[in-house]
Design a binder for this molecule. Sequence first.
Ligand SMILES: O=P(O)(O)OC[C@@]1(O)O[C@H](CO)[C@@H](O)[C@@H]1O
Length: 319
Amino acid sequence: MKVLTVTPNPSLDHTVELAVLTRGEVHRALAGSVEAGGKGVNVARALARHGHPATAVLPSGGVDGARLEALLAPQRVRALTVPITGTIRTNTTVVEADGTTTKLNEPGPELTADDVESLQRSVSCGLDDDPDWFVSSGSLPPGAPLDLHARFVRAARRAGVRSAVDTSGPALGAAVEAAPDVLKPNEDELAELLGRELHTVGDVVAAAAELRERGVGEVLVSLGGAGALLVGDDGVVWAGGEPLVPLSTVGAGDCTLAGFLHASGTPAQRLATAVAWGRAAVLLPGSAVPGQDETSRAATAVRTLTDPDPDTLVKDLQR
Ligand SMILES: O=P(O)(O)OC[C@@]1(O)O[C@H](CO)[C@@H](O)[C@@H]1O
């Protein structure tokens, strides 16, 4: 399975480990690490670790852009970088001993109209290689048009390549209009998109169904510790497992999407694999992505349920 991803706003992911975070205090960190990050970059890294040919399109600029490229180089991801004058952002994650994860994401560099044009050209080049999947992921940096993910999805469709989108806020609303084959919002992103709270399984399924009526193929809703729901042509499936104490939840959603694209079989089997990859990711520090051993081990703890009771509260799905 060959994959092409684009990340309009990649990041150096800096992770700091603390016993407990106290606002307004000076902390001595227990450990720190830096990784190449950004949602599409993470999807490419996870799939590459599982032996899939993965190409990541991303803007790169400044010393931090060079560092990001250097961190990506040994990970078997082919990077199609678009040189920009701005500097790649640094996103900081604070992980406390009990697994609580606090994330501070910078806005990213201002993209010029030429940068956006070059990104679109690089995506077109990547699509010429005939990937099996195209993934457009993450936030949009300043200067990027709101419909950038939608433009990429339409380019993929013209090239006959299936597309998946994972973004948030107004960019998510714009992406829905392009009707990607797979949309991976989390519960909060879906609630924000539809402007209402989603408490029960029925609420989430109705929200996903609305997006499908607008042309989206499958909706994969990640629910954090409560697993994930898949709404598609064959109905509704849930997958999850026993609660875990996370080392870091950063990138778990990206690994869930990567696992979903990697998997084959019934919707339940594909969702189970997706959830296994997400669960394997939370047991790793920072933005680290799991390998074959970790995802196979995680898969043994995942259970699935077809047509879960719509009245069940999402937070009770695990029970
Ligand atoms: O600010 P965005 O683009 O929404 O998210 C960026 C980010 O939080 O997403 C990844 C985890 O999913 C991290 O590698 C990265 O720091």
